[in-house]
Design a protein around this ligand. Sequence first.
Ligand SMILES: CC(=O)SCCNC(=O)CCNC(=O)[C@H](O)C(C)(C)COP(=O)(O)OP(=O)(O)OC[C@H]1O[C@@H](n2cnc3c(N)ncnc32)[C@H](O)[C@@H]1OP(=O)(O)O
Ligand SMILES: O=C([O-])CC(=O)C(=O)O
Length: 382
Amino acid sequence: MSNELERGLEGVLVAESDLSYIDGSDGTLLYRGYHIEDLATRADFEEVLYLLWHDELPTRAELETFTEKLTADQHVDDDVLTAVADMAAADADPMDALRTAVSLLPTYDPESDADTDDAAVGRRQGRRITAKIPTILAAFDRARRGKEPVEPDDDLGYAGNFLYMLTGTRPDDVAEETFDMAMTLHADHGLNASTFASMVIASTMADVYSSVIGGIGALSGPLHGGANEDVMEMLEEIDEAGADPVEWAKEARADGRRIPGYGHRVYQVKDPRANILESRLRDLSDASGDTTWLDYTTAIEGYLADEGLVEKGIAPNVDFYSGSVYDHLGIPTDMYTPIFAMARAGGWIAHILEYQSDNRLIRPRARYTGRTDADFVPIDER
Ligand SMILES: CC(=O)SCCNC(=O)CCNC(=O)[C@H](O)C(C)(C)COP(=O)(O)OP(=O)(O)OC[C@H]1O[C@@H](n2cnc3c(N)ncnc32)[C@H](O)[C@@H]1OP(=O)(O)O
Ligand SMILES: O=C([O-])CC(=O)C(=O)O
């Protein structure tokens, strides 16, 4: 047994996985062997979900059956929607509301009593969760704007349906395709903190619901999925103050503050997903004539590169450009992390099922540094 302490489990191998391959030194990301650039631009998110949950990309017939089931599962029980509206009325944080709503789902799951080692049930429950998250999130955002939920439209795909349920209007092709691409880019990323959290829970043979709820909790933190909102808040702060983005970045560095959307445990170069999102942001900015966020982010990126941050392996991650893209689609800032969860649920579920297929309880240990000679003193004598 090794006595080496690896803080943050950096570099520690804890599992084998066929799901995503990352080369952090050259910025390569593959899902089951396919390049992220191909999947993002040439496959729909439903194909990517299928790829993650089965071993291969679907044929057209397989995709049709899969999509029909996913779409049918998008409907959410009225009791859950009522709870979602109550949370919106109480001004709940959207990630809290999502976590709580997913906790309610097993009550209405026809297979909630099934054995947790039945992989077919786990797969169906994973599909139900993934299908219902967009419906829950859209209903939550509408409720806080005093609007009724919009029923999912069976003719729209996963990404298009979310935008439709959020706004009540069918999205145009650019918005639908952009959001679909963003979903694919966020779907999986090896043993990131939220995926690992859900695997730890799954390793006790708890059900898929409990595992996904743990993933949502872990994703919410500012060091992980929460960073996309922090990036947008940074851009808004710069804009509202009429500040120069380079001066802002200079000051942040001088104060020793971390730049949100920068740095990554695995990548030492710019995240390949940030490159794809940057290029989409460029297209959206050109089309709308509003280049504000593009100008700010590229100015900050240029300054930090000149400062040698990238040479130190601290480069833009996926969160640096995603928020600006979502803002162009009219999505409120506090929904960015929840929609990350919506995409990442696909990856959590794939890892949960993969790990449980050859399960061993995850239980590391800590080096004990406490005292060993405490004399017990009765409470009234302390
Ligand atoms: C989807 C995702 O989860 S992607 C990550 C999203 N999170 C963020 O964007 C938040 C900002 N980034 C960070 O806090 C970190 O880069 C993390 C949490 C992502 C990775 O952290 P770790 O791998 O543990 O790196 P660690 O925190 O040890 O930092 C290593 C060094 O890089 C520096 N560093 C890391 N990130 C940043 C940053 N965003 N800005 C400035 N410096 C940074 C640290 O200060 C540290 O420097 P030091 O060695 O001189 O003290
Ligand atoms: O992999 C990580 O550590 C963070 C993550 O989830 C991602 O980059 O998508």
